[in-house]
Design a protein around this ligand. Structure first.
Ligand code: SF4
Ligand code: SF4
Length: 386
């Protein structure tokens, strides 16, 4: 039994059973991390505190489609990660939906400004998906590696420990294979797990992706991975990849959208779009924000940053009015930024194929379907000037 074997000192590819997984969580807690992971909320899988594997969504599966999300439970099933992604990404862990930037108060004849203390225990995320790690890397380019570095984001991000779990059961709305962000992962994590449940038992292949990941893994009960384990992982990833029916043309989509800014499909989608902004809130890479200043009768001042959306009329407000007045221009702004102009700005795509914008759109607008419709009547190919 794996639990009888001594800790693997090498930090290489090892196999843990559930007790080993519990040890991993305990070890992270002992290192001072606040461990957070997927938990079974009222009707969805949502981030929450994880003290042991008992807090993970055992035997829970998700059924997702455009505009629809449903949880299915199976008490006989011991799988802990048998679902795809929930409504909330890990974005808010580093980039909270509402955050005080500074406070000020009148002291005598002057106003004194104070930056609130944003320090807190470092977070260990236990059970992010590969596409979510890809989204974190995209957000790093925007908020950590750019000219205007956000120290609040950087401090949280750089102090966190990431345990990622590869995907065995993509949702019907996932298309990470085409966005090169899943279902497997090779870098960007401290520890990567692959859950296996077959004739050789319920177990987790564990790989370290950093020195601290190797150190943590070497301190928990494990056994070396066998050929059987590695073959099972390869089969699992191939099966998960082949299960995805949606896709985007990764290499072509940026140019396709750039030459189709006047495409009739933008008006078509505007007739369905409610401009509610759900897609931007659910998206793990949308980073637009707004700032509001408030004062009270004592003279105290507060500047707060909150998430914003390019679907808000005010978002593109310049002197005299909004630049994106129509729903079609707002949807076009969102999609062309994600898939096209993000490359010009950050040298990467802005989409990881998690499918949340499809699932959490109340009218089921599907980004992959919209791109397919535009490609079908590519304005250059049919000879219409762009
Ligand atoms: S655009 Fe949609 S599919 Fe792409 S990362 Fe955002 S929510 Fe996920
Ligand atoms: S695409 Fe859907 S989720 Fe996004 S703003 Fe329009 S209606 Fe809302």
């Amino acid at each position: 039994m794996a639990a009888d074997l001594p800790p693997d000192p090498r930090g290489s590819i090892v196999v843990l059973t559930v007790p080993g997984l519990d040890e991993l969580v305990t070890r992270l807690g002992a290192m001072g991390y606040m461990v957070k992971g997927p938990t079974h909320g009222e009707s969805a899988i949502v981030p929450g505190p994880v003290r042991s594997s008992a807090d993970l969504p055992r035997g829970v599966h998700d059924v997702q489609s455009p505009g629809s999300y449903r949880i299915v439970e199976n008490d006989d099933d011991e799988e802990l990660f048998g679902w795809a992604v929930g409504p909330e990404s890990w974005k808010k862990e580093y980039f909270p939906s509402s955050q005080v930037m500074w406070r000020g108060e009148v002291v005598g004849d002057t106003v004194v400004f104070r930056e609130p203390d944003h320090s807190r225990s470092p977070v260990a995320i236990f059970g992010a998906r590969p596409c979510e790690v890809a989204a974190m890397n995209i957000m790093d380019r925007v908020l950590d590696e750019g000219v205007h570095r956000d120290s609040r984001y950087s401090d949280r991000r750089n102090s966190s420990f990431i345990t990622v779990v590869e995907c065995a059961r993509p949702a019907d709305t996932c298309f990470c294979v085409s966005m090169r962000s899943g279902p497997g992962i090779e870098k960007g994590f401290d520890v990567a797990l692959t859950e296996l449940n077959d004739q050789h038992g319920h177990r987790f292949i564990a790989r370290s992706g950093s020195p601290r990941g190797a150190e943590v893994l070497s301190s928990v009960l494990s056994r070396p991975a066998t050929e059987h384990d590695l073959e099972a992982r390869a089969v699992l990833l191939t099966t998960a990849s082949e299960a995805m029916s949606r896709s985007l043309p990764y290499d072509e989509v940026a140019d396709l959208l750039a030459r189709n800014v006047e495409h009739p499909r933008w008006s078509d989608v505007a007739e369905r779009c409610l401009s509610c902004g759900n897609c931007t809130l659910a998206c793990p890479t949308c980073f637009c924000s707004d700032v509001h200043d408030t004062t009270d009768a004592t003279g105290a001042i507060e500047r707060r940053r909150t998430w914003s959306s390019c679907f808000d009329l005010e978002h593109s407000y310049l002197h005299g009015g909004s630049v994106h007045e129509s729903a079609s221009s707002r949807y076009r702004q969102w999609m062309t930024h994600k898939l096209s102009t993000w490359w010009d700005q950050f040298d990467s795509t802005g989409c990881v194929g998690c499918g949340r914008c499809i699932v959490w759109c109340p009218v089921g607008i599907d980004i992959t379907e919209e791109v397919t419709a535009i490609a079908a009547q590519d304005q250059v190919r049919v000879g219409v000037p762009s």
